[in-house]
Design a protein around this ligand. Structure first.
Ligand SMILES: C[S@@+](CC[C@H](N)C(=O)[O-])C[C@H]1O[C@@H](n2cnc3c(N)ncnc32)[C@H](O)[C@@H]1O
Length: 196
């Protein structure tokens, strides 16, 4: 999805975003955090944070910093209504000049299929992570549920989650080592992680 379409599409959805959330999918989020490694004092980035669905989960780990990136100003407005002290950054992540070797954990939740240049986004994340830092792409929907959800809105129909082998290649090309890559899919959704 190009940047202009993403802004228009998600700005329009932002005021209703929280009310639109499916409680079944929301209930799956906690389970994914079991495999996410956030230590107290960690610096965490939530890319494509939307209205801040992940924010309270991340806060639980007492990080020193949570940076919430999103292209949609309206989504960030909704996030700020709930978490006025949140550090938000508005812009197209794919075109952003981000701090290198800074974050301990970078999360992309329910957002990765919307990136136009997915391999480029993975490379950028690799550069942003400190050594030992974790990158997680995850979804509270299964691949089939996701395809159905994206099939319903014509602007996002072509926003597809890459296959596991495609994702693995993106991780490897970016610089992650094979032994540090986890690719997992089950009835609770998709969890793809790579540690630098
Ligand atoms: C499906 S929503 C998910 C939001 C949130 N993670 C959640 O699960 O509620 C996708 C989010 O990614 C953002 N987004 C899409 N393309 C982006 C880009 N290129 N850079 C930054 N954010 C982007 C959208 O504005 C939207 O808030």
């Amino acid at each position: 999805m190009d940047a202009k379409t993403a802004i228009e599409f998600f700005n329009k959805m932002a005021p209703e975003w929280d009310r639109m959330q499916n409680p079944v999918y929301l209930a799956r989020i906690g389970g994914h955090f079991v495999n996410i490694n956030i230590k107290p004092g960690a610096k965490v980035a939530d890319i494509g944070c939307g209205s801040g669905v992940l924010y309270p989960y991340i806060q639980n780990y007492k990080p020193s910093e949570i940076v919430c990136f999103d292209i949609s100003p309206q989504m960030l407005l909704e996030l700020k209504k709930k978490y006025p002290a949140a550090h938000t950054v508005q812009g197209n992540f794919e075109a952003f000049d981000c701090k290198k070797e800074y974050f301990d954990c970078i999360l992309i939740f329910n957002t990765f299929p919307h990136f136009k240049h997915q391999a480029g986004a993975v490379k950028k994340v690799f550069e942003m992570l400190v050594g030992g830092g974790q990158f997680v792409i995850f979804h509270s929907l299964t691949r089939e549920e996701l395809a159905r959800a994206h099939g319903e809105g014509k602007d996002i129909t072509r926003d597809i989650l890459p296959s596991q082998s495609e994702l693995k290649n993106m991780f490897l090309k970016a610089g992650f080592k094979n032994k540090n890559i986890v690719l997992q899919e089950d009835e609770n959704g998709c969890f793809f992680s790579a540690t630098k």
